[in-house]
Ligand binder design. Structure first.
Ligand code: 0PR
Length: 381
C-alpha cells in the first residue's frame, strides 16, 4: 500500500520532495524548452497570499472578481481594447478552449486555422466537435489567399490567428485576416498566449488585436512572459455579450451563477497576474520585449557562426534552428543539460528566449549545438 497507515512526519516529506525537486532541471540549469519562465518574486508572494481564496465564488469574493476583471482589462489594453472583459484561466489551452466554445455558442461552428496554430486549438475543436478547416501557411504565417478561398467555400466561422507561433515565433497578419473575416461574416480569435507580451510593444504600428472589428477574443498568458507563476492564462473578450455563454447558472452558489469552464480555482493566479501587470506597466514589458529580441538576435548570429540558420526569422523570442537530425540533437543536448523542444512542422530545435535565458545561457546553448553538429559530421557517428 502506498498510502501510509500512520502519517509520515512533515520534515521527512519535505526532504523527499526537495530531493525530487533538486533533481529536476530548472530554468536556471538549462531548461529552455518551455515558454514558461522564472516567476517574479512579487507574483510568487501574492500568489501564496491569495492561494486559498476560491475565485469560483464571485459573491463572497466579489473583490477578487473585480481584481480579475481589472487584470483582464489591462491585458486587453495591451491588445488595443479599452474595456474588455474575460477571465484568468489555468493557461492558454483553457483560454483557447473557452474562446472556441464562445464562438460555437454564438453560432460559428467552423474553425479556420493553419497548422502553425497551437495544438490546443485543434484539441479544443475536437472536444467541442467543431469542424476544422486547415488553411495554408506561407513562411509560417497564415496565407491570406488560402484563407479567403477557404472561407468562401466553407462559410462563416472563427478564424484563429496567432501572435507568436509556438514553433517559429512568427506573427500572423491579424489585420488582413480580420478584413477577410469581416467581408465573409467570420470572427477572429487571436492566440497571443506568448507573443501578447512582446509583439504589441515591438510593433505598435501593426493592428494585432481588438482594433480590428472582427476580433472577438484573445488568449494572453501571464504565466509565459507576464512573469506570473503557473497556472495563469488569460482569456480576453471584446464585450460582456460575447462572454455571456461562459456564465453558467449554479443555483447553490451565493451569486446563483458561476463563471468559466472550471469550478474551484485559486485567486492566487488572479492576484499574481494583477500584481505583475501593475508592477511592470507598459514600459516594463516593453523593455523586456526589446531585451529578449536583442538576445534572440544574438542567438541567431552566434548560430550563423557555426553554420546553423533559423528556419524563419522570428518576430517574437522563439527561434526554430534548422537541424535535420532534430531528435538526435535534442538527446545530445539533454545530456549536456540543455533541454529544448522540437519545432514541430519543420525539422529543428526550438529555443524560447525567456528572461532567464541570459547571454551566458545563450553561449552554452550554441556551444552544445556546435558540439552536436561536429559530432554528427564526424565519420564515426
Ligand atoms: N497558444 C500558444 C501559441 C502556445 O504556444 C501555447 C503553449 C498555448 C496556447 C497553450 O498554453 P498552455 O500550455 O498554457 O495551456 N505552448 C507551450 C510551449 O510551447 C506549452 C505546450 C506545448 C502546451 C505543446 C501543449 C502542447 O501540446 O512551451
Amino acid at each position: 500500500m502506498s498510502l501510509p497507515r500512520e502519517g509520515i512526519p512533515w520534515i521527512e516529506i519535505v526532504k523527499e520532495l526537495r530531493k525530487i525537486l533538486r533533481e529536476l532541471p530548472t530554468h536556471f540549469t538549462g531548461f529552455v524548452g518551455s515558454m514558461t519562465t522564472v516567476p517574479h518574486q512579487l507574483a510568487k508572494q501574492v500568489f501564496l497570499e491569495f492561494m486559498e481564496v476560491n475565485a469560483n465564488d464571485i459573491a463572497t469574493f466579489r473583490r477578487v472578481r473585480e481584481l480579475e476583471l481589472e487584470a483582464v482589462r489591462m491585458l486587453g489594453e495591451i491588445l488595443g481594447c479599452r474595456d474588455c472583459v474575460g477571465m484568468i484561466t489555468t493557461g492558454g489551452s483553457e483560454a483557447n478552449l473557452a474562446a472556441l466554445y464562445l464562438a460555437r455558442e454564438h453560432g460559428y461552428e467552423v474553425v479556420y486555422a493553419p497548422l502553425t496554430a497551437h495544438d490546443s486549438v485543434f484539441k479544443a475543436a475536437k472536444l467541442l466537435r467543431m469542424r476544422v478547416v486547415i488553411v495554408e501557411h506561407r513562411g509560417y504565417r497564415i496565407d491570406v489567399d488560402s484563407l479567403e478561398e477557404a472561407v468562401r467555400s466553407n462559410g462563416p466561422g472563427i478564424i484563429v490567428a496567432t501572435v507568436g507561433t509556438t514553433g517559429f515565433g512568427t506573427v500572423d497578419p491579424v489585420e488582413a485576416v480580420s478584413a477577410i473575416a469581416r467581408e465573409h461574416g467570420c470572427v477572429v480569435h487571436v492566440d497571443a498566449a506568448f507573443g501578447g507580451f512582446v509583439a504589441p510593444f515591438l510593433y505598435p504600428e501593426r493592428k494585432l488585436g481588438f482594433s480590428n472589428d472582427a476580433v472577438v477574443s484573445a488568449t494572453m498568458d501571464p504565466h509565459k512572459l507576464g512573469l506570473a507563476p503557473i497556472p495563469c492564462g488569460g482569456l480576453v473578450v471584446r464585450d460582456e455579450k460575447w462572454f455571456e455563454p461562459l456564465v453558467f447558472e449554479a443555483k447553490y452558489m451565493p451569486s446563483g451563477y458561476q463563471v468559466g469552464l472550471l469550478g474551484t480555482r485559486s485567486a492566487g493566479s488572479i492576484a499574481a497576474a494583477w500584481a505583475m501587470l501593475k508592477h511592470m506597466g507598459w514600459r516594463g514589458y516593453e523593455a523586456q520585449a526589446r531585451e529578449l529580441m536583442r538576445r534572440t538576435r544574438l542567438l541567431t548570429s552566434k548560430c550563423a557562426e557555426i553554420g546553423l540558420e533559423p528556419v524563419v526569422e522570428p518576430e517574437v523570442p522563439v527561434v526554430c534552428i534548422g537541424i535535420d537530425r532534430d531528435v538526435e540533437a535534442l538527446e545530445f543536448l539533454a545530456k549536456r543539460g540543455v533541454y529544448l523542444y522540437r519545432c514541430g512542422l519543420a525539422k529543428g530545435v526550438r529555443v524560447v528566449i525567456g528572461p532567464h535565458v541570459d547571454e551566458q545561457a545563450i553561449g552554452e546553448i550554441v556551444e552544445a549545438l556546435r558540439d552536436f553538429t561536429k559530432s554528427s559530421r564526424s565519420p564515426s557517428s
